[in-house]
Write a protein that binds this ligand. Structure first.
Ligand code: NAD
Length: 488
């Protein structure tokens, strides 16, 4: 039996865990039961001021920002080891607060979060700056410097992993950071903050402020002492960060937002056994609460019926249940509001004429949790609400096409462009179609977001201003400087 670990509930500002200046708290819930888990500090503008001051002060002192990269690497590797020692607690916190299946957090989120820290740590003492091809009497250096104070505003769907995606490259680059986790999922970030201090990251370099978006999130967005805000969440809130920046100090803004990713199955796609598990994972992994979820299955007419039949029968093996049960693959929606939103989309699908092939209702009603039965719609038109809007739930919409050009048109006919997959056995089609799709990651004959070695982010309204992961992630957190030296 996994119970809630006894980890920090207060904000981490500088070297101390403290209550919010207002004394306010917010309550986090277990979405699998609807029961209260615990109370956490609910930070506001005064706490943001204090955290930014701590972050700026240590940045200016240089105890982290001017450390040799090899030294920062040493500390970050120690931090990764400590995260590994405490992995069971981080796993439990994310399962309990986010309702994520334990097999996903244990085998995916948490090991990936740890390896993100290791990878960024290993990277930083192998990056070189550049010398410009100037006239011989000039030495033109093009150098990257840590940007200063970073704010990271996180979503609730991958709490520990998104923390790592933002914090690892920011710390590796030498910047200081203030993290605001989503209000539904604060606990893993607070524990990870505590472990950073234990690992020897200087106090003030990493601050963690739990709180609501409208208060702590907006105060970070508007703060004149923050140099860059890196956000993952809805496109709607992403837009606000651009406004906050425009209204304050023109801070850099990097956004990872929503998606409506296509899975394009061409006529010459591989046999069903090769495709089915990945197509289901694209649609239903993390309950579809995933910005790169492949929620539009765009399938050639010749493969359509056999594929949908097989998806429906295989989906029956995806156990909906207690996130702490190893056999569970589908946990609850994050909260009652989001549950209602997802159910509203399912109703809209039926009303607009899509054909329900499986699911479509509430599951495990007696549990008190917010479970939605995994749902497959067929006969979907790309103009229907369920094909246009990000549902962020376990709902897959099937759309049929007749020729490749039409399939590509449908795949691209969306305001989003985060991810896509293409299924074909023809290498020419694979290359042609993956180049034609306007998305940040196109996977061929699999569902994948890439890994820490590859940049992740979106075209169109899926993203703005930069990428997480890969060497490119560090660009978010560094400034480019030219040093022009005249020799005489
Ligand atoms: P959200 O965008 O509202 O929240 C993400 C983060 O932004 C949270 O930390 C939140 O506190 C903060 N925030 C919210 N309102 C804010 C404001 N006015 N100013 C500053 N910060 C603010 O996402 P959500 O409410 O958790 O989910 C809503 C929808 O967002 C989902 O249904 C889904 O479509 C999308 N979403 C996308 C991702 C992703 O990874 N792309 C993750 C979570 C949610």
């Amino acid at each position: 039996m996994i119970s809630l670990p006894n980890t920090p509930r207060q904000a981490l500002i500088g070297e101390s865990f403290v209550n919010a200046a207002s004394g306010e708290t917010l309550t986090t819930l277990n979405p699998a039961t609807g029961e209260t888990l615990t109370a956490v500090a609910a930070c506001g503008a005064a706490d943001v001021d204090a955290a930014v001051a701590a972050a700026r002060s240590v940045f200016e002192a240089g105890t982290w920002s001017r450390l040799a990269p090899a030294e920062r690497k040493r500390v970050l590797l120690r931090y990764a080891d400590l995260l590994e020692e405490h992995a069971d607690e981080i796993i439990a916190l994310d399962c309990l607060e986010a309702g994520k299946p334990i097999s996903d957090t244990r085998d995916g989120d948490v090991p990936e979060a740890i390896s993100t820290f290791r990878w960024c740590a290993e990277l930083i003492d192998k990056l070189y700056d550049r010398v410009a091809p100037t006239a011989p009497d000039i030495l033109g250096l093009i150098v990257r410097e840590p940007i200063g104070v970073v704010a990271a505003v996180l979503p609730w769907n991958f709490p520990a992993l998104m923390f790592a995606w933002k914090v690892a490259p920011a710390l590796a680059s030498g910047s200081s950071i203030v993290v605001k986790p989503a209000e539904q999922t604060s606990l893993s970030a607070l524990l990870m903050g505590q472990l950073a201090l234990e690992a020897g990251v200087p106090a003030g370099v990493l601050n963690v402020l739990p709180g609501y978006g409208e208060s702590a999130g907006a105060a970070l967005g508007r703060h004149p002492g923050i140099d860059v805000v890196s956000f993952t969440g809805s496109t709607e809130v992403g837009r606000l960060f651009l406004q906050y920046a425009a209204q304050s100090n023109l801070k850099r803004v990097v956004l990872e937002c929503g998606g409506k990713s296509p899975q394009l199955v061409l006529a010459d796609a591989p046999e069903l056994d090769v495709m089915v598990d990945d197509i289901l994972a694209a649609g239903f992994w993390n309950m579809g609460e995933n910005c790169s979820s492949g929620s539009r299955l765009i399938v050639h007419r010749s493969r359509h019926e056999e594929l949908v039949e097989r998806l429906v029968s295989s989906l029956a093996d995806w156990k909906v249940g207690d996130p702490l049960d190893d056999a569970t693959r589908i946990g609850p929606m994050i909260d009652a509001n989001h549950f209602a939103k997802v159910m509203g989309f399912i109703e809209a699908g039926t009303k607009e004429g899509a054909q329900l092939r499986t699911g479509g209702g509430r599951a495990l009603e007696g549990s008190g949790g917010y479970f939605v039965a995994p749902t497959i719609f067929d006969g979907v038109d790309n103009n229907m609400t369920i094909a246009r809007e990000e549902i962020f739930g376990p709902v897959l919409s099937t759309i049929v096409f007749d020729d490749e050009a039409d399939g590509i048109r449908l795949a691209n006919e969306t305001n989003y462009g985060l991810a896509a997959s293409v299924w074909t056995q023809n290498v020419d089609s694979a290359i042609r179609v993956s180049r034609a799709i306007r998305a940040g990651t196109v996977s061929v004959n699999c569902f994948s977001e890439g890994d820490v070695t590859t940049p992740f982010g979106g075209y169109k309204q899926s993203g703005f201003g930069g990428r997480d992961n890969g060497v490119e992630a560090l660009d978010q957190y560094t400034e480019l400087k030219t040093i022009w030296i005249q020799t005489r």
